[in-house]
Write a protein that binds this ligand. Sequence first.
Ligand SMILES: C[S@@+](CC[C@H](N)C(=O)[O-])C[C@H]1O[C@@H](n2cnc3c(N)ncnc32)[C@H](O)[C@@H]1O
Length: 701
Amino acid sequence: MVTKLFIRSHSLPFAISRANTFFRRPSFPKPYFLPLFSTISSTLALTLDRDLPYGPSLHKGRNPYQQEQILHGLSQSPVKILIGEEEEEENVIDKESFSRVFDIASIRVPAEDCFALENQLRGHLLNWPRVRNIARVPGDEMEDEFKSILLEKSNDGDSDEENLNSLNRRIYGKADGDGESLSPVLYRDMLSKTFNSRGFVKFRNLAKISRPKRKKKRNEREGLEGKNRAGKNDFAVVEVVEDRDEEEDMSGLLGDEFKGGRWRGSTRLLLLDERYANTGIEELPEAVQDQSVSRNVAFQRKDLAATFTFLSHHVLALIFGNLRYAKFMYATYWRVNYVVEVDLLNHAVLNGDIRQSRTSTSELVRCKLTLFYNYWQMNENDDLNFDISAMIVAVGSVVETGEGCVGVGGGGEGQILEALLPKGMIVPSAFETVGHIAHLNLRDEHLSYKKLIAQVVLDKNKPKIQTVVNKIDAIQNDYRTMQLEVLAGNHSLVTTVVENGVRFNVDLAAVYWNSRLATERQRLVNCFTRNDVVCDVFAGVGPIAISAAKKVKRVYANDLNPCAVEYLENNSVLNKVERKIEVFNMDGRRFINAIFASQKAESITHVVMNLPNDAAEYLDAFRGIFRRRSKEKECTLPVIHVYGFSKAQDPEFDFHERIKTALMEVAVEVEMHRVRLVAPGKWMICASFGLPEKVAFAKQF
Ligand SMILES: C[S@@+](CC[C@H](N)C(=O)[O-])C[C@H]1O[C@@H](n2cnc3c(N)ncnc32)[C@H](O)[C@@H]1O
């Protein structure tokens, strides 16, 4: 999961040194030690309850919207829940009530060092689920052109002097040690050749810089979305808490894009463990302190040349009224200045060089981490999913485990459903997925909250889940279709499921489908070989029949439901097996009689009977299927796979008895396989046996 962290503002509240005043960036911090987070109002301080669980939690942090409401006397209720049939889906949950702000500390480091430092600080970082320990500082991003300058320098292993020379060469085509300096005439000539009205011709890096930012519009758009706070991935935001007064606002001169330390360069925030949120630097562990020490910058003499040139161009342009060029030169001055500065600083940090003449760019800053509704999961603790399904078996509530089953609840701090539902109410623990549809099985006590629960399921499982339904009634009809009520999302119950690599279109309102049987169906198909001919008596939309058709010689598939048969035919075309499948639409008993009365019977090797409620009762149809054939003529006795439920103490024995009764035969060798628990104490079983000769050639029915 990618956590998107945006920095909305930035500052250097904890830097403790001042650079050379001439080169110092306007927003550079004060040149003396500040108490950590001294600029923050004490009212914002987070008081952590030590009893609360470690990590993010809805019970911790503060809700900014709730505070606003209290300030304006609007509402005292932290969570506004709207429940009711008439409510629009979007209004069911007051998402803003789930925003939580956490005060944390972080170390601001040069972007290129962040991974190395992250390793060094392991154990001291925030390590919250889904929140990356490294937060981006978009406003500080440095352009690739400048990165490449820095890279070239560092790759060469050059001295700072050489780096500056290289920089000068880029700007002037000449540097110290390159022979005599250019005469003013030659210099002007060089400028006229390398610069035209569109920017520098030869100095492409600067020419690119002078172009308006394409990103600008996108950033503006993102800014708007940010305000709405409803962006899909907008689940966490890190902001550096700053004191605006301390920053000189250069926007008047340089335009809005240069505001607020725009040219500071690429930095990242390493978010520190929550226990360091309100500690002073002296209290931080040594490993962290090492990275947050700032030192003096001694500016290099060589910087003067570049700076002088840029600023003199800037002044001249102002005098001659070329504002655009003036702006550009000023901006370039900061960039170049920064490049030099940052390079020196990085050098110091990376090499552990803490000479007084250099500075570390690492600094301790105070941040605000806001987690939005989108951050919180229904179940905060992944391990709990497993525990809960096990627990459900134990306590005897409805068990729905297996394929297509997704855990959604079951306790744990910060869980949305737990926060929304009344205290003590069991949080719905699982749902089944069928394509884009999430299928709930709500208890009676949940029904008043059904829309709320469905909305959370939808929000937390988008985009995979587009529709949330609840089963209204137990399956009772012949076609085994479910009575479903759409609770959230779009109302389409036609979906596509991919099971074991096979695609199926299904209409949940009109046909039977159960994703939880995927493994069982696969197990069954694995029994077949390429020489087999399979007969599926209760085929539905074809999950067994079509998967089998991909493997075996031929399949005869039947279902009573005309709609299921239509989907079965379409699905066989969809999976390009239509030539191998013959589809029938009749009652199972009639189908068995008809198919075994035909020539086809001779080749059938397997019969699948998946109608668990009463498939066993159809077994009598096999009595005497070969009565008109002579035993000498070779007839294949098929293997029958019949499904059934049993609540008995010994389900295998119980099911075996029913099979023998239906076949009217005592000597039946059966292989049993427990498929799954469908309810406490109720097993779904598959019995496989070769059809006894006595049954197939029986004269009486
Ligand atoms: C439990 S579903 C199994 C479908 C499919 N085998 C599957 O795994 O999805 C049972 C199917 O049997 C069909 N059915 C119910 N009664 C039937 C009958 N008397 N004759 C034939 N099909 C029947 C239903 O329409 C339903 O599609």
